[in-house]
Design a protein. Structure first.
Length: 255
């Protein structure tokens, strides 16, 4: 049985200078930056921490060569079990890219957006409406504990999960990798804030743990790291999605 998300312990941190605050403010008193404070969640111990990560060699080998994809971004090559980190400054298109990636994710199945920074409501609904989300099994949840999000993934038999953002969720890179492997997700997308130097804010192990790292800026994206293809591939956050018909036609031409 799923319960309502429990309130999490939240602090705020300046993404420019790293100063912590117990409450939100319009500007940082340490560096005088405007609008630079973001949520930094802190999670409690979870039952998922005690679950054993176990598989077999054949399953692992098969997953390593099983393709998954986002029709909205066909040039981004992915494999089953991938963790994809999308980082960038505010208003760079990170959350938009996340929503479009989830909506166009294949294989078919439920996808879940864990919206930790913006609670489910009219504002988020309007943004998703502008993106013309087509998927009928696109589930949105607000703040949830590690166990609650794990239970939701299992209950919905979700194929992909998006976390927006790593800092607001309070989940570490190890938490996210465990969530991905224990629940059997095909892909986990994680939005991350970045600091003034362009580095991922507050979760420096995220780039190391991720299979794909994407930098977003001015509604453009660029692959900075990937285990599956050459780096440097780039595109527009709002590029036209590839249709199933076009995809199948392309496959026929290459065979």
């Amino acid at each position: 049985m799923l319960h309502s998300p429990a309130p999490s312990v939240t602090r705020f941190r300046c993404i420019q200078c790293g100063a912590f605050y117990e409450g939100w403010a319009a500007w940082c008193s340490a560096c005088c930056a405007d609008g630079s404070l973001v949520h930094v969640g802190q999670r409690t111990r979870a039952a998922l921490d005690g679950e054993l990560e176990v598989s077999d060699a054949r399953t692992l080998a098969k997953a390593a060569w099983t393709r998954v994809e986002c029709l909205a971004y066909p040039t981004i090559e992915l494999r089953a079990g991938a963790m994809i980190v999308i980082h960038g400054p505010p208003a760079s298109g990170k959350s938009t890219m996340l929503a479009r990636a989830l909506d166009s994710f294949r294989p078919e199945g439920a996808v879940i957006l864990g919206s930790y920074e913006e609670p489910p409501g009219p504002s988020l609904g309007e943004r998703l409406g502008r993106l013309a989300i087509r998927r009928g099994d696109f589930v949105v949840t607000g703040r949830a504990s590690l166990d609650q999000i794990s239970a939701l993934v299992r209950a919905r038999k979700a194929v992909a999960l998006g976390i927006d953002s790593a800092q607001a969720s309070g989940l570490s890179a190890d938490d996210l990798r465990r969530l991905l492997t224990v629940t059997g997700l095909r892909a986990l997308f994680v939005v991350s804030q970045q600091n003034k130097a362009g580095k991922i804010e507050g979760r420096q192990s995220l780039p190391h743990e991720a299979d794909v790292v994407i930098a977003a800026a001015d509604l453009r994206w660029r692959i900075e790291k990937t285990r599956y293809s050459p780096i440097g591939i780039e595109g527009a956050v709002l590029e036209a999605p590839q249709t199933e018909t076009a995809k199948s036609r392309g496959e026929e031409q290459t065979t």
